[in-house]
Design a binder for this molecule. Structure first.
Ligand SMILES: Nc1ncnc2c1ncn2[C@@H]1O[C@H](COP(=O)(O)OP(=O)(O)OP(=O)(O)O)[C@@H](O)[C@H]1O
Ligand SMILES: [Mg+2]
Length: 200
């Protein structure tokens, strides 16, 4: 079964593209959703996070204080590394498990930080969603009501557009209308179906 890794910078349109593939009936595995599920109450990863940073990292009801954790890792690379060493192996494992259950010809695995987390080895093919930085900032501003500086700071933690473009097998320039995007997805869907049939 062909595994297509879907990635791109913040706000480039990964979630939008994943939905378009889902509309074609393609199973989507979402690394963000997996990471989210791993830190729910009762999960071993949450206990490990609590053991690492203490009870202060939890809210009163015992769930993860995401804002606090985000602040902690954003300002300190060492703390970020600690969190990654807890979560990434588990995300990796759960993606593999989910992919193992897919019965379709191919699946799309959405991994926003595919390159940054070294997860490219999980996929057979990399699809990058790209758009100019000012478009990223405009769209995320509109969606999340963050400042340009906050969005730029996030962009600065991610690999560059050039890096992604160099390592892409397929690339969607998401600069036009949603209809154009749907057309590009349809073409890639046909390509992935034909590649997956060749693999059989
Ligand atoms: N072609 C487009 N035209 C106009 N708006 C778009 C287009 N593509 C995406 N958007 C909008 O831009 C915003 C960012 O898109 P989306 O959430 O899909 O990006 P993302 O790559 O998943 O972002 P993140 O990295 O934060 O998960 C959304 O509000 C989405 O509706
Ligand atoms: Mg998204």
């Amino acid at each position: 079964m062909l595994k297509v890794g879907l990635t791109g910078g913040i706000g480039c349109g990964k979630t939008t593209v994943a939905l378009l593939f889902a509309q074609q009936g393609v199973p989507i595995i979402d690394a963000d959703a997996i990471a989210h599920a791993l830190v729910q109450q009762g999960q071993p990863a949450l206990a490990e996070i609590r053991d690492t940073w203490g009870k202060e990292i939890l809210t009163k009801d015992g769930s993860l204080d995401r804002a606090r954790l985000r602040d902690l890792i954003f300002t300190c690379p060492k703390e970020k590394h600690k969190l990654e060493s807890i979560l990434h192996p588990l995300v990796f494992r759960d993606i593999q498990m989910a992919a193992g259950k897919v019965t379709a010809d191919y699946c799309v695995i959405s991994i926003p930080l595919l390159f940054e987390t070294g997860m490219a080895s999980l996929v057979d093919r990399v699809l990058v969603i790209d758009c100019p930085t000012d478009t990223q900032i405009r769209r995320v501003k509109h969606r999340d009501h963050l400042s340009s500086e906050q969005i730029q700071a996030i962009i600065d933690t991610q690999v560059t557009r050039d890096f992604r473009a160099t390592h892409a097998d397929d690339l969607i320039e998401n600069t036009e209308t949603n209809d154009k995007l749907a057309e590009q997805v349809k073409k890639l869907h046909n390509l992935y179906l034909s590649i997956s049939h060749c693999q059989d």
